[in-house]
Design a protein around this ligand. Sequence first.
Ligand code: GTP
Ligand code: MG
Length: 183
Amino acid sequence: MAQGEAKSEYLFKILVIGELGAGKTSIIKRYVHQYFSQHYRATIGVDFALKIIKWDDNTIIRVQLWDIAGQERFGNMTRVYFKEAVGCILVFDVTRPASFEAVKKWKLDLDTKVQLPNGGRIPCVLLGNKCDQAREGFFQTHEQMDSYCKDNGFIGWFATSAKENIRIDESVNFLFSKVLENA
Ligand code: GTP
Ligand code: MG
């Protein structure tokens, strides 16, 4: 019989938010099912996905991903959806500057509607998705993005591609490491 190892199990409710068509559903599909489709079908309301992760020998994380429709930003339902979330992935589309401009509004909405039990902000990572398509490079430098994150309360940012599977696991694991610090 195995002797006295302390096993920890966590349930993480993680929100995935950002503008219409930024790639939220695609990131979740890639992360959970290792699958990508070019076909766009807008999420209506909210979708859910679950993934169970063996974080280390003693830690299991059950991750509940809440895939919030981009068109929900001005909807009253987000207050209900955001309740008790412990982490957030905010996605914009690097090929569409307007989706980056909307990031601040999403972040403000998030911080207004959900807090940690101690009143602090829930950890939120910023993803510039579709980096496979950014032909002329992104419109912000690394330095600009770093200070943007600092100024706007993001734990960090990543250029990702759900299509080519670039930095999806890395960015999600980075968020989880921060969420675990609050667990
Ligand atoms: P809403 O549910 O309407 O809020 O959109 P969403 O953020 O869930 O976007 P979705 O994942 O449905 O992706 C929108 C479109 O972008 C789809 O046609 C995807 O195939 C495409 N897409 C998503 N991620 C990537 C990516 O990394 N690279 C490229 N080239 N296309 C992507
Ligand atoms: Mg969607």
